[in-house]
Write a protein that binds this ligand. Sequence first.
Ligand code: HEM
Ligand SMILES: [Cu+2]
Length: 554
Amino acid sequence: MTQATTSFLDPPAGAGFAGRVAAWIFSTDHKRIGLLYFYCIAAMFAVGVVLGLLIRLELIAPGATIMGQQTYNAVFTLHGVVMIFMVVIPSIPASLGNIFMPIQIGAEDVAFPRLNLFSWWLYIAGAALAVMSLFTGDGPPDTGWTFYVPFSQVTTTNVNLAVLAVFILGFSSILTGLNFIITIHRLRAEGMTWGRLTLFVWSLYATAWIQLLATPVLGITALLIVAERFLGMGLFDPARGGDPILYQHLFWIYSHPAVYIMILPAMGAISDILPVFCRKHIFGYNAIAFSSLGIAMAGSLVWAHHMFTSGMSDTAVMVFSLLTFIVAIPSAVKVFNWVATMYKGSIAPEPPLWYAMAFIVLFSMGGLTGLVLGSAGTDIHVHDTYFVVAHFHYVIFGGTGFGMFAALHYWLPKVYGRMYNKFWANVACFILFAGFHLLYFPMFLLGLNGMPRRYYDYLPQYTDLHVLSTVGSWIVAVGLVLMVANLVAGMRKGRRVGDNPWGGASLEWTIPSPPPTENFLEEPVVTHGPYDYEGIEPEEASMRAPVAPGEGRP
Ligand code: HEM
Ligand SMILES: [Cu+2]
């Protein structure tokens, strides 16, 4: 087995406990920083899931079940804040992007390693403040993660601290984006042309531009809320000549593009994974690469589709509806290209592929129901109902979540040099997929029947669908526990693997597993594209099935 003498995971020689901890939290190695992000994000994900399970438990029957109304408002606000700002926004770019982007472009590290570490510290500071907002002030924030005015101006709960936390988390995201853009421009190895970048790197590149350009708007908006609360400036208060709709515009100018910060990196990971397990060059490399940029650009123009019922002019409603339909095109381009990649491929049904296929199904269902929300006529019917809750969980949990799960099963052997149990990985995937539909599909029906979102209580006719959904939440929980337990067991004591278990053609598969601190033992020179599998044999025996002549390989 190719084990490098020192991998990035090895502790410094002779260091005590404090020295080992310091070697992690003050490390400027992008791989260590990526793993730090990953562990923190995983912990926050666990918190968010528990909050989600509590929401579902409360909603299992009409009336009060396990908590009071005020607590309920705090729980769903926190569930949203934790999941959005602390889990899915940093999830793939800050963790796996940090670990693999420099390796995939043949660099030794990101352009600004110390800034990278600083970004992680900002993330920790923001997360700590968000947690503190629960226990300090006059009760946890209860505004929903959107902090809509006028309620966020007048509520006495601890909105100030929560908004400050979001502000700091925003800086972490901006600096990571800046770092990635410069790294991708400046640090590519010899021969690593733009046309030889992996699609994962392309997606991170598009994401980084959104992080850099859109996130400052969120920061400003957060500051304006605090200014309103402390100084009573009246920006959003009609009695003083302000306008609450202005708040919604500012908020969604960031927060709509933010959904592409969440989904593009997942799409990038899927584009890297699928062809490996089909032993076939990706279909439509340029289309996938440019559709990421297309989504980033067009996606910045559609924010007001969240505001069709806010009282905008009919012209504005029509324009934003049309623009929203236009973003669907580059997204659909990707889905068609993934399916075309699988067509006539020599399929290796390994865990990363199952998770990737679950991603395609769930993301497509989320995307298509997004069109229902993007057309103003139907949106007015389902606006702020459970239809929306179903739609965005299909996109962000089914999309970003499953994309992350697929990526973890794909890259874990590279990071730890060990393999998890594939059988249990597949079982967990199946349980998650089934539980997911049971949890969220009833929400589409609830929404179409008029069940409003963010409500603590409901009419008895909605009970059956709520019961189904709550049972689904338990199945999802079982699937998550099984998946995590299997991955942890794998990373700690799984069987050892070599450099290239799946037979990937991108640069990370050319270096030892786990990677050495300096990534490459000698400076790489790139001579072929990231999806040219000719002559590359997977080490996993199950993947070495003979390929009939003329089949599978283009
Ligand atoms: C086991 C997993 C999960 C369960 C059971 C769950 C459940 C729920 C439920 C029932 C609501 C509706 C609350 C209401 O309208 O009263 C909700 C809202 C929400 N969920 Fe989840 N969820 C889960 C995972 C996720 C994930 C992975 C994300 C990632 C982004 C997420 C993001 C959100 C957001 C942003 C809201 C909106 C909160 C608000 O309206 O202010 N959830 N969730
Ligand atoms: Cu949007």
